[in-house]
Design a protein around this ligand. Structure first.
Ligand SMILES: *Cc1c(COP(=O)(O)O)cnc(C)c1O
Length: 207
């Protein structure tokens, strides 16, 4: 199953696209199964689930990305799991709070609310650039690597494309940005065409 998906990814995005398998719907056994097929990067949107699966699968040496809302009272728990990446930094204040507890660098992406939806977390397109510089100046151990965005929630393909294109334009404007994380199971091919270089795929990999 994953090979078929990876083939579709490669066809549009080439070999340089990183795929993070979002395991929030499945248990550790399903993660281990996918790891056996060669998938080594996983994502979770709840701190306790990331910590539990990482512990359960310690022997497999997997990478874990945090992609959800980080509550202030869960920061220590997340950092104790030493995640590979924090993809969902949604405010300068949260970045400062995390940085204050870090003792080594944490690769981080700014979450962008690219379609300006009330239901979503993240920086607006117009505030992200200032935040990028402010976090870069004030946070010693937050290592900003790029942006993460969820495509517009819409049946109109044009709206989804517009949200991805706007995120990609922002990414191109951020000095030193290397990772443009956009595209999920339902829209990853569109995201790749718009310049994504990291996908977060859940349901399509685990059904
Ligand atoms: C759940 C989730 C995904 C994966 O969603 P699928 O549609 O199942 O591929 C990707 N990114 C984030 C932030 C998520 O919460």
């Amino acid at each position: 199953m994953i090979l078929k998906v990876l083939e579709r990814v490669r066809k549009i995005g080439g070999d340089g696209v990183r795929v993070v398998a979002v395991s929030k719907y499945v248990d550790a056994a399903a993660v281990a199964q996918l790891a056996q097929e060669g998938q080594l990067e996983f994502g979770e949107n709840k701190v306790q689930d990331l910590v539990a699966k990482k512990n359960e699968l310690k022997s497999l040496n997997l990478s874990w990305h945090f992609i959800g809302r980080l509550q202030s009272n869960k920061i220590n728990q997340l950092l104790s799991a030493n995640p590979t990446m924090w993809q969902s930094c949604e405010s300068v204040q949260k970045a400062l709070a995390v940085d204050a507890r870090l003792t080594c660098e944490l690769p981080t992406l700014l979450q962008i609310n690219s379609a300006d939806e009330d239901s979503k977390q993240g920086f607006s397109l117009h505030s992200a650039c200032d935040a990028w510089h402010e976090i870069g100046e004030k946070c010693k151990n937050i290592k900003l690597l790029g942006v993460m965005s969820i495509g517009a929630h819409s049946d109109e393909k044009s709206a989804v494309v517009a949200s991805f294109e706007a995120t990609r334009r922002l990414f191109d404007d951020l000095s030193g940005a290397k990772i443009c994380s956009m595209g999920m199971s339902g829209d990853f091919e569109i995201a790749l065409k718009c310049g994504s270089n990291m996908l977060r795929l859940g349901s399509i990999l685990f059904k």
